[in-house]
Design a protein around this ligand. Structure first.
Ligand code: PMT
Length: 251
């Protein structure tokens, strides 16, 4: 007969029944470390591999979102995910700003350089010239900029890479950058943060809710982050309006 039946325990129905909480939403994810060139050969970089950000993009796509990832190199992305490749913080800022107004959810998992060489030499610096002095200048804080222009209906998720006082430092970043959620990791702990396949995070919301995610693979952390996004949006009902319904969204 055609009547629905209960699935026997242990069958592979979970993906079909998994809540598509993000269907119809536009999710913008930033992943991987930036590279700030000193000259054609050398750059200032960091150890972010993009694994955490890409796991979030893939999980969001699996939940039905329309996903764009701004990333700094060619890690493969899930089918249907739009990827914009960038190198520097300035390029990342431009790419993020080109998509952020349309995004319902923005997740900033990238490690962006805070400083870049003030001068970018056209030629390789030669050893014969002696030890060069490298002067640095600050880069734009992309997350703080997005916090300032955040429109109603948009959920902004920052990350915080800390090596001490995780809760206090991450709480300060949550407030300073105008994010709705901050995902804090103690990158000095074993198997946590940069390059590892696993991560351990504390998710904090602006309304004071905290959730500890024990050491797990980065896809599981991605699920927890997106669950927190869904809860955050559910507790702010006006935020659930699709952004096309916001008359001021293009200003
Ligand atoms: O990429 P993996 O190897 O998987 O590693 C994952 C990770 C450790 C990179 C990730 O979990 C993480 O912590 N990402 C944030 C790294 C970081 O730059 O943290 P921060 O505390 O310095 O910056 C705080 C927030 O401001 C971040 O969301 C960052 O993207 C943002 N920021 C920082 C500087 C800047 N100029 N612009 C920014 O938008």
């Amino acid at each position: 007969d055609l009547m629905p039946r209960e699935f026997p325990a242990g069958t592979a129905v979970e993906p079909l029944l998994a809540p598509q909480h993000l269907a119809g939403l536009r999710v913008l994810v930033r992943a991987r470390g930036t590279r700030e060139p000193l000259e054609p050969v050398r750059f200032l970089g960091n150890r972010s591999s993009g694994k955490q950000g890409h796991a979030i993009a893939d999980e969001a796509a699996a939940r039905g979102a329309k996903v764009t990832i701004v990333t700094t190199a060619g890690r493969p992305v899930a089918a249907g995910v739009e990827a914009l490749a960038v190198e520097t913080a300035a390029e990342m800022e431009q790419a993020v700003l080109s998509r952020s107004d349309a995004a319902d959810v923005v997740v900033m998992a990238a490690a962006v350089a805070d400083f870049r060489p003030a001068v970018r030499h056209d030629q390789k610096i030669k050893k014969a010239g002696g030890t060069p002095e490298i002067v640095l200048e600050p880069t734009p804080d992309i997350l703080a900029g997005l916090g300032r222009r955040k429109r109603p209906g948009q959920t902004l998720v920052g990350f915080a890479a800390e090596t001490e006082d995780l809760r206090a430092n991450a709480g300060a970043k949550l407030a300073a950058k105008g994010a709705d959620l901050i995902v804090a990791n103690d990158v000095s702990a074993p198997s946590v943060g940069f390059e590892h396949d696993t991560n351990q995070v504390l998710i904090m919301s602006g309304s004071g809710i905290e959730r500890d995610i024990p050491l797990s693979d980065k896809r599981a952390v991605a699920r927890a982050v997106l669950d927190a996004v869904v809860s955050s949006r559910a507790t702010h009902p006006p935020d659930l309006l699709p952004n096309d319904n916001h008359p001021g969204s293009d200003t």
